[in-house]
Ligand binder design. Structure first.
Ligand SMILES: [Zn+2]
Length: 193
């Protein structure tokens, strides 16, 4: 009945080469013996989508006043996206910043960190799909709202002008930054004292 790990490997679960917490997802480790995992990229997308949906659900539950999904509008989606900015890692220079438009600022500056446009755009796409998969009506889909599209366009223009640059100089060897990487462990606890 006890699960005994094979004795020829240390029982620690350190993963020396882990490059991102996502890589330890059980989904990628499942069924090594099954004939062919047809579309690994799909399952990755799917698991990401599920996580995004959970994050959004948690946001709704923590919302004051309470916000049922059925009452959720494009404006609330914008609220959510702005809320996520606090976890962002992309420097977006303000107009008055001397580094505005500077692709490689030589020094730090107090400009805010934001979610990169690409992350937000992909996130909204996943949540839009998840909304309908979870029973939402396409015509009510807040993630497809015009306000959301306009917001994303504005973010893209702002960031391309400001050359939002991450301070991590080197690109890491991992897929494009995802929201989960920055939010999964930083969500506010549901019952903050
Ligand atoms: Zn700046």
């Amino acid at each position: 009945m006890d699960y005994v790990p094979s004795s020829d490997s240390p029982p620690s679960d350190t993963s020396p080469t882990s490059i991102s917490p996502l890589s330890t997802s059980p989904l990628t480790a499942i069924s090594p013996s099954s004939s062919s995992p047809s579309t690994p990229s799909l399952s990755r997308y799917e698991s990401q989508k599920r996580r995004d949906w959970n994050t959004f659900g948690q946001y709704l539950r923590n919302h004051r006043p309470p916000l049922p999904l059925s009452r959720c509008s494009g404006a609330h989606v914008l609220e959510f996206l702005r809320y996520l900015d606090q976890f962002g890692k992309t420097k977006v220079h303000l107009h008055m910043c001397p580094f505005f438009g500077h692709p490689n600022p030589p020094a730090p500056c107090p400009c805010p960190l934001r979610q990169a446009w690409g992350s937000l755009d992909a996130l909204v796409g996943r949540l839009r799909a998840a909304y309908e998969e979870n029973g939402g009506k396409p015509e009510n889909n807040p993630f497809g709202a015009r306000a959301v599209r306009l917001y994303l366009r504005e973010v893209r223009e702002t960031q391309s002008k400001a050359r939002g640059v991450s301070y991590e100089k080197k690109k890491r060897k991992k897929p494009p930054p995802t929201l989960q990487a920055s939010t999964s462990h930083q969500l506010p606890p549901s019952s903050a004292s």
